[in-house]
Design a protein around this ligand. Structure first.
Ligand SMILES: Nc1ncnc2c1ncn2[C@@H]1O[C@H](COP(=O)(O)OP(=O)(O)O)[C@@H](O)[C@H]1O
Ligand SMILES: [Mg+2]
Length: 225
């Protein structure tokens, strides 16, 4: 079964179609990257896949289900672009940020309980972030923030992980760590990974990719590995 199946998808913010009858599938367990010029529609495509934008025509299925039938959206991990992440407008520790992503389990009174914080600590530990548990997220470097955002997505045991230009503005060493982590998510946890990046050569050297797609004129082309 396909993790992601996009069928004849079209969308535009104006009468100009950013995504134009786009077809695309990602098989379970694949690791793929999407590249393309600035403004070519990469983030728009991800938002359509995640249900943040509504298609004007066509459909998206995740794990065989239409978006509206998917009852556990938390199975989809999303790491947004850095500039968005940075703008968390209130002080929050790494543990709080990660634990809050369990909100579907919080029950009627929507606050995290001891068991949720325990899970939060465990995932931060697994991501090598023990020493940052009680540090305010906003005080971390870009590289560490990205790592925390992955932990945040990982706490729900996602089957699919979608990352939008995760290495922009991240220093070289953190970038190396980060890319190892992505490979590990795919290898060890068998998570389907969709990574949007502009660093095609750099990523190609470091990841075992199944496909490279280029977004162009509203469509996706498999450009080979
Ligand atoms: N919220 C929006 N309203 C209007 N136009 C938008 C909006 N977001 C993106 N666009 C336009 O849609 C096109 C694709 O943008 P985007 O998906 O962000 O591209 P990419 O992520 O590949 O850089 C661009 O021309 C961009 O200016
Ligand atoms: Mg973008």
């Amino acid at each position: 079964m396909e993790s992601i199946a996009v069928n004849n998808l079209s969308f535009g913010y104006t009468e100009h179609k950013v995504i134009d009858k786009l077809n695309f599938t990602v098989a379970k367990g694949e690791l793929i990257i999407i590249v393309g010029e600035n403004g070519s529609g990469k983030s728009t495509l991800l938002k359509l896949i995640l249900g943040e934008l509504k298609p004007q025509s066509g459909s998206v299925r995740l794990m065989g289900k239409k978006l509206e039938e998917l009852n556990n959206f938390q199975e989809i991990g999303y790491v947004p672009q850095m500039n968005v992440v940075n703008k968390i407008p209130f002080p929050i520790t790494c543990l709080e940020l990660v634990t809050l992503n369990l909100y579907n389990d919080f029950g009627l009174i929507k606050i995290p309980k001891r068991e949720h914080r325990k899970k939060g600590r465990e995932i931060l530990h697994r991501m090598g972030l023990d020493e940052y548990i009680n540090i305010p997220f906003n005080e971390l470097s870009g590289g560490l923030q990205q790592r925390v955002m992955i932990a945040r997505a990982m706490i729900n045991n996602p089957k699919i992980m979608i990352l939008d230009e995760p290495t922009s503005g991240v220093d070289e060493e953190s970038k190396d760590n980060f890319i190892d982590l992505i490979q590990e998510l795919n290898y060890e946890y068998n998570i389907t990974v969709v990574l949007v990046t502009h660093e095609i050569d750099w990523v190609k050297e470091r990841l075992e990719l199944d496909h490279i797609y280029r977004i162009e004129d509203g469509g996706l082309k498999d450009v080979g590995i």
